[in-house]
Design a protein around this ligand. Structure first.
Ligand SMILES: [Zn+2]
Ligand SMILES: [Zn+2]
Ligand SMILES: [Zn+2]
Length: 143
């Protein structure tokens, strides 16, 4: 009887130690942005609101689950690695964000010579919606 309980206990502990690490990895990291100072923080829960550099407290907006797709807001120029189209709430440039999907996160680094945004993408990102107007002008920075 005692032995059975011990085995149960051991398998329970083993189960915990095996399931915990992947659970930690998949625990949902979200992209938060302060709609006042435009700072992006990846966090599981709402970040501290103390000392926004735009004055007073940060005003955090949950933009969605962090992921492997690159999105850029045409209005404020924010670049976000998100799972799906981010929330449009609280664009620091006024009103709602206007997101363009630029491509999948990858090992290549590109920079737009017009708006200056730097992006890690699989291949040349989409040119849609440069915050400076018209299309992004991408240069590949790595060789
Ligand atoms: Zn802030
Ligand atoms: Zn925006
Ligand atoms: Zn651009």
């Amino acid at each position: 009887m005692m032995q059975k309980i011990t085995i149960l206990l051991i398998s329970y502990l083993l189960c915990i130690s095996f399931t915990l690490p992947p659970m930690c990895m998949t625990s949902e990291l979200k992209n938060y942005q302060c709609s006042k100072c435009a700072t992006i923080v990846r966090s599981e829960r709402t970040p501290s609101s103390l000392n926004c550099r735009a004055g007073g407290s940060h005003k955090w907006q949950n933009l969605g689950e962090a992921g492997q797709e690159n999105y850029c807001c045409q209005k404020c120029g924010t670049l976000l690695e998100n799972k799906r189209t981010p929330s449009s709430l609280g664009c620091p440039a006024t009103g709602s964000h206007k997101w363009s999907h630029l491509g999948r996160v990858g090992d290549n680094t590109y920079q737009c010579s017009k708006c200056g945004v730097t992006i890690h993408n699989e291949r040349t990102p989409s040119a849609l919606g440069c915050p400076q107007g018209g299309s992004h002008r991408w240069s590949k920075l790595n060789r």
